[in-house]
Ligand binder design. Structure first.
Ligand code: COS
Length: 410
């Protein structure tokens, strides 16, 4: 039986996140957006009440929550302010490669760091000449004795100016295309690391976006994530884990825009009746609502597959593509429902329209999601392929079962 009922814990978490978004985020969202204010106060409070780093396993100090719970939080953060939400959630992107590929020591140190204090980490993949085309990156990592030396520049790095460490992708075999990329953890205070630029953005202005450069930056070999030259797959598997959450944030933007538009349509009177009574407007509201509901279902599906230890590449791209494009459409329609007022900064929906745009761009453009969808469908990859965590979990369970059996067989 397919059951879309949330557990009591998930419902409580969703309520906590909603209340935080309403009382702490929305209160300042439009001001922080205007001035591009860094939301340090909100980050500290969100960390304190357990809304950050929910994916970090209990053994490294986190709550080890499921992916669906993470998505419930992300939707509420998107509803409150997706700029602030992006700042709150970027640790998930930066730390997923550590969870997937880090040694025990690396996990304890770097996942533990985020669990112990309201610290931040950034994911450094994109470069000025390598956005969608990840394998075109130029950053180099050269092995010298027991360390790697990194040189290169990464751009559009979320939280880059405030991060304590970075997960960085670099070429270890420049001739090997995507099979010559490796991933590393780099401490932000390492010699040769510089934060070059804070971008002045159209939307999500409270989030920080920076350029990070590495100049002969030495990284201990123990900070290599996964195997050398296997970084591309690590990046793709990371994006499989984070795209459902980004899609959830887009659903949150859509829901916010829908609510503002429907409230306004009931108040605004034209031709003697509230504009909601005009079918032209009512149908727009109806379409917005369907897009929110459909987007949420795709998000939940892509998260639940992960929670079941299944490959979710296809579902994650469906969710990200549809929810991002829908957020843009819904926010644009919300401006339309507000008429001329929608275009004015004093009213709430123009911010949502600016914020929604980035959802179609970051963590893979809508065109890249279509490319992934087409490849997954045409190459017939199996949705139920097990993930490495699932295999590891099974092995652990089997190990436990064997141990439990031991006394009986002895
Ligand atoms: N999980 C595990 N492995 C994956 C994978 C996934 N989700 N997706 C691809 N791979 C593997 C493939 O199986 C293939 O393996 P082999 O080397 O063994 O053949 C390899 O990775 C290359 O895959 P593919 O041929 O599909 O790569 P392409 O270069 O053609 O396409 C795209 C890759 C364009 C989809 C990828 O580069 C991408 O997602 N780009 C967008 C990046 C992005 O989101 N940037 C935003 C910045 S992060 S905020």
């Amino acid at each position: 039986m397919v059951d879309l009922t949330l557990t009591d814990e998930q419902q409580d978490l969703r309520e906590l996140a909603h209340s935080f978004a309403e009382k702490d985020i929305r209160k300042v969202a439009w001001d922080y957006d205007k001035d591009g204010t860094w939301p340090q106060d909100i980050i500290e409070k969100a960390w304190e009440i357990g809304l950050m780093n929910t994916h970090i396993a209990e053994e490294y100090g986190g709550p080890g929550l499921d992916f669906l719970s993470g998505c419930l939080i992300e939707e509420e953060m998107g509803w409150g302010c997706s700029g602030i939400g992006t700042s709150l959630m970027a640790n998930g992107l930066a730390s997923a490669p550590i969870t997937l590929g880090g040694s025990e020591e690396t996990k304890k140190k770097y996942l533990g760091m985020l669990a112990e204090a309201p610290k931040l980490a950034s994911f450094c993949l994109t470069e000025p000449d390598a956005g969608s085309d990840v394998s075109g990156m130029k950053t180099r990592a050269v092995k010298q004795g027991d360390k790697y030396v990194l040189t290169g520049s990464k751009c559009f790095i979320t939280n880059g100016s405030y991060a304590d460490y970075f997960t960085v992708y670099a070429k270890t075999d420049p001739e090997a295309g995507h099979r010559g990329i490796s991933a590393f953890v780099v401490d932000a205070d390492s010699p040769g690391v510089s934060v070059d630029k804070k971008e002045d953005k159209m939307g999500q202005r409270a989030s920080n976006t920076a350029t990070i450069s590495f100049s002969d930056t030495e990284v201990p070999e123990g900070n290599l994530l996964g195997e050398e030259n296997h970084g591309f797959k690590l990046a793709m598997m990371t994006l499989d884990r984070t795209r459902p959450g980004v899609a959830a944030m887009a659903v949150g933007i859509g829901k916010a825009a829908l609510e503002f538009a429907s409230d306004y349509s009931k108040e605004r009177v034209q031709f003697g009746v509230p504009i909601a009574m005009h079918q032209a407007v009512a149908f727009m509201i109806a379409d917005m609502a369907t897009k929110v509901e459909a987007g949420r279902l795709l998000v939940w599906q892509s998260a639940v597959l992960l929670d079941q230890g299944k490959r979710n590449t296809l579902a994650a791209s469906h969710a990200k593509r549809f929810s991002a494009d829908s957020a843009m459409e819904i926010a644009t329609d919300a401006v339309q429902v507000y008429g001329g007022y929608g275009f004015i900064k004093e009213y709430p929906v123009e911010k949502l329209m600016r914020d929604a745009k980035i959802m179609q761009l970051y963590e893979g453009t809508s065109q890249i999601q279509r490319l992934v969808i087409a490849k997954e469908l045409l190459m017939g990859r199996q949705a139920d392929e097990e993930t490495p965590e699932h295999k590891a979990l099974k092995a652990k369970e089997n190990g436990k079962a064997e141990t439990e059996k031991e006394p009986a067989t002895a």
